[in-house]
Design a protein around this ligand. Structure first.
Ligand SMILES: Nc1ncnc2c1ncn2[C@@H]1O[C@H](COP(=O)(O)OP(=O)(O)OP(=O)(O)O)[C@@H](O)[C@H]1O
Ligand SMILES: [Mg+2]
Length: 346
């Protein structure tokens, strides 16, 4: 069952100008997030990602549509019942949002204090959580004595303190360097695996989703334009926005500019073959490509490893008599997708 089920969710903000058109920050989103997923939501700035998160968290009311959290439609709940739903949802932020005047232990304990958990239980849980995030020795430090990565670990410990079922991460690694990002993403994956917490990861970096995502939705202008499991989205993006995000980390077909460049050095027929080792053995593709009388040289692209599966887009220059080259292409077309790259139009 979906732990988060959104149906036709719309969020409009009134125009700052009197009589102006409202902004549709979220425009008819329907999405099911299954319990146990690490669900990535990717989109450019202004796509509506943070707004969507605030709606899931019931920090703002929806304009229309429904959002069910674990079977409860939160768009119809009063404030007191919403409080209960919110304790099931933890959240971490790009700027960490820690209290600078409180030490690490007090930051982690804060949501439990609000939930009126008694002091002995709080202390025990804080110790467990700091141990889990690797900061046991920093309990009495203050946030400004910590690095960004350490601050985010405190943020994660705090978010987990009330044992939520869902963790929302809005650009949680965007302020961190690549190594620290990798460490924090590993920690989020551990949170998911160890406690079975469903995680929604908001990001504009495809690499974040590639590292830990199980599913992904792509947002553009308030709409989800494409969604699915990470492997199928990465290996076969259909929407233009998706293809652009995927191309930031996966070499697909050469762009027009790259093709022009390749043409100056490679006069033969250029073809791009898409390979997925669950469908076709890559060596089978190669042996068909290099048929009798044709030679192939790899000029662009590469293979990727994702979820125990290999796939990639490989661009070859084929050399040989026209008829032989055509025969090789026909042979490959029987078992894999192959595309001949046309000259770039002047
Ligand atoms: N409180 C608000 N009042 C008015 N307009 C808002 C408000 N919050 C967001 N918007 C508008 O809604 C749209 C979506 O904003 P949102 O912050 O959800 O985008 P985002 O995808 O999170 O962007 P970013 O990657 O920059 O964080 C934008 O056009 C924004 O200006
Ligand atoms: Mg945002």
């Amino acid at each position: 069952m979906a732990i988060i089920a959104m149906r036709d969710v719309v969020k409009e903000y009134p125009s700052p100008k009197r009589g102006g058109d409202p902004t549709r920050a979220v425009d008819g989103v329907s999405l099911d997030i299954e319990a146990g997923d690490i669900y990535g939501v990717i989109g450019y700035s202004g796509a509506g990602k943070s707004t969507l998160v605030r709606l899931i968290n019931a920090l703002e009311p929806t304009t229309s549509g429904s959002i069910e959290i674990d079977g409860t439609d939160i768009t119809r709940l009063g404030e007191s019942k919403l409080q209960a739903v919110r304790t099931d949802i933890g959240m971490i932020f790009q700027q960490f949002n820690l209290f600078n005047s409180r030490n690490v232990a007090a930051n982690v304990a804060f949501p439990m204090k609000i939930a009126k958990v008694d002091k002995a239980k709080r202390d025990k849980r804080v110790a467990e959580l700091l141990d889990f995030v690797g900061l046991s020795d920093r309990a009495t430090s203050f946030p400004d004595q910590l690095s960004g990565g350490q601050k985010q670990r405190v943020g994660i410990a705090r978010a987990l303190s009330t044992s939520p079922k869902i963790l929302l991460a809005d650009e949680a690694t965007s302020a961190l360097d690549p190594q620290t990002t990798a460490d924090v993403l590993d920690l989020l994956q551990l949170v998911n695996r160890e406690f079975g917490i469903t995680i929604v990861v908001i990001t504009h970096e495809m690499d974040v989703i590639k590292r830990i995502g199980t599913k992904v939705a792509v947002m553009e202008h308030g709409k989800v334009v494409e969604h699915g499991d990470v492997f199928s989205i990465f290996s076969n993006p259909r929407h233009r926005a998706t293809a652009r995000f995927v191309s930031t980390i996966i070499a697909g077909t050469p762009s027009d500019r790259e093709l022009e460049e390749l043409r100056t050095r490679h006069r033969g027929t250029l073809v791009t073959v898409s390979v997925d080792d669950h469908q076709t053995a890559p060596h089978e593709v190669l042996s068909r490509l290099i048929g009798p009388g044709t030679q192939a040289q790899l000029v662009y692209g590469g293979m990727n490893e994702l979820g125990g599966r290999s796939f990639g887009h490989l661009t070859f220059e084929l050399l040989g008599e026209d008829a032989k080259v055509r025969e090789s292409i026909a042979q490959v077309a029987q078992i894999a997708s192959i595309k001949t790259l046309e000259e770039v139009a002047e």
